[in-house]
Design a protein around this ligand. Structure first.
Ligand code: HEM
Length: 408
């Protein structure tokens, strides 16, 4: 495997003025602010598409216009390998994420029903009850670690209820998902994926022929192209629903609450006028994108003034669309009354996030239930908030305190 410090030699078709030595998993200054560290590329005046010699050498679009175009263009930018280094990216076999059209569609259709706006409306009460229980669980203490005590718990419990698996298994699955998304060395990627398959395999076998309305039972008993979904396909689909819906929501909620903890005028505005919350959800989604995702170039071609070769990798930072000043004037400013909001926080094209309605519901309910219970809060004195990069950027700890059990 290629590590971040090995620099690839510049291929002859890559012009020298496109080369920027940039580590996409750990942009300079990421510990201080993940989104700012990415936006620094635009501020530095980097070209709209750069090439970095890290992780075997790959391309990176740096402007919203190019990012959106690449997401839409599945014919030239394939999802077969979603991350660098390519040998690691090839281990990801998630469905439908790594399939291109036309194979992608029938699998995606199987997910769409469970995550449609109507389905999410039916789920909203569950999300709200869970949010309230979590907040009430620590409100009287006057403190919590927002990431561990709230953000990590909400999405895994929702996932378990979507697939109807025991809530008691949440800590085990959360640890496996963390080892896949940001390993701490306690197990390899292969071990984490195997453990996950072993766990789910037992449940898949039990649900075959079942009548339940949960997503797992539905997948196990579904057909694609006139044949039943195989056990392996169900595993690869369930895997992505868990992984895609976990770190993204955890980290997004962390960034949002960090912003509100640091900006009293914003949380007061939303507390005073909860009618602004839906617009705030849209604006936070634009302002705090978290996902970096890869594509493989399918053919030799000239694209936006550069030559791409078949098989080369492109890492697409969704961050650089919402944060692009050319698309969103005054992009760093959070403004709930923004007239135009352009972003790729949920991707675009055929792979656009299957869970975006659920994610938005989790974000909105969190704002509504938190601000009505704990309107005033701040970061614990002396706490050092460290951001991290990766395929999903985030913050690991967010210790919040508030003045009295009533939060007033
Ligand atoms: C703030 C939260 C979230 C963000 C920022 C986010 C972002 C994204 C992005 C950028 C993609 C596109 C990946 C690509 O083009 O290769 C994606 C795909 C996907 N997301 Fe999300 N996501 C979020 C929450 C969720 C949730 C809650 C779920 C489900 C429980 C989910 C399920 C999926 C699935 C299944 C895909 C693959 C879709 C396909 O390949 O057709 N996501 N997400």
């Amino acid at each position: 495997m290629i590590d971040s410090s090995t620099l690839a030699e510049r291929p002859s078709h890559v012009p020298a003025d496109r080369v920027v030595d940039f580590d996409v998993f750990s942009p300079p200054g990421v510990e201080k602010d993940f989104q700012d560290a990415w936006a620094a590329l635009q501020v530095s005046g980097a070209p709209d598409i750069i090439w970095t010699p890290r992780y075997g050498g790959h391309w990176v679009p740096t402007r919203g216009r190019v990012i959106a175009a690449m997401f839409r263009d599945h014919e030239r930018f394939s999802s077969r390998v979603p991350q660098v280094p390519k040998d690691q990216g090839e281990l990801y076999e998630f469905i439908p994420q790594t399939l291109d059209p036309p194979r992608h569609r029938p699998y995606r259709n199987l997910l769409n029903d469970s995550f449609s706006p109507k389905a999410i409306l039916r789920m909203e009460d569950r999300v709200r009850r869970l949010a309230i229980d979590l907040i009430e669980g620590f409100r009287a203490k006057g403190r919590c670690n927002f990431v561990r005590d709230y953000a990590e718990i909400l999405p895994i419990h929702i996932f378990l209820s979507i697939v109807d698996l025991p809530i008691a298994d949440a800590p085990y699955l959360l640890n496996l998902a963390n080892q896949i998304n940001r390993p701490d060395g306690s197990m390899t990627l292969e071990e984490a994926l195997t453990n996950f398959r072993d766990y789910l395999g037992v449940w898949i076998d039990k649900r075959r022929g079942g009548e339940g309305r949960d997503l797992l039972t539905k997948l196990v008993n579904s057909e694609v192209e006139g044949r039943p979904l195989s056990r392996d396909e169900v595993l690869r689909m369930t895997n992505i629903v868990l992984l895609a819906g976990l770190d993204t929501v955890v980290n997004f909620l962390g960034f949002m609450m960090l912003f509100l903890a640091r900006n009293p005028e914003h949380r007061r505005k939303l507390t005073r006028d909860p009618g602004l919350i839906p617009a705030a959800v849209d604006e936070f989604v634009r302002r705090f994108p978290v996902v970096l995702i890869g594509r493989e170039v399918t053919r030799d071609m000239d694209y936006e003034g550069v030559t791409f070769k078949k098989g080369e990798m492109v890492m697409i930072p969704t961050m650089l669309h919402g944060l692009d000043d050319r698309e969103n004037p005054g992009a760093p400013t959070v403004d709930y009354r923004r007239e135009k909001s352009e972003h790729s926080t949920f991707g675009g094209g055929v792979h656009r996030c299957a869970g975006s309605f659920l994610a938005r519901a989790e974000i909105r309910v969190t704002l509504e239930e938190w601000l009505s219970r704990i309107p005033e809060f701040h970061i614990e004195e002396g706490a050092e908030i460290r951001h991290n990069g990766g395929l999903v950027g985030g913050i690991q700890e967010l210790p919040l305190v508030w003045d009295s059990p009533s939060g007033v």
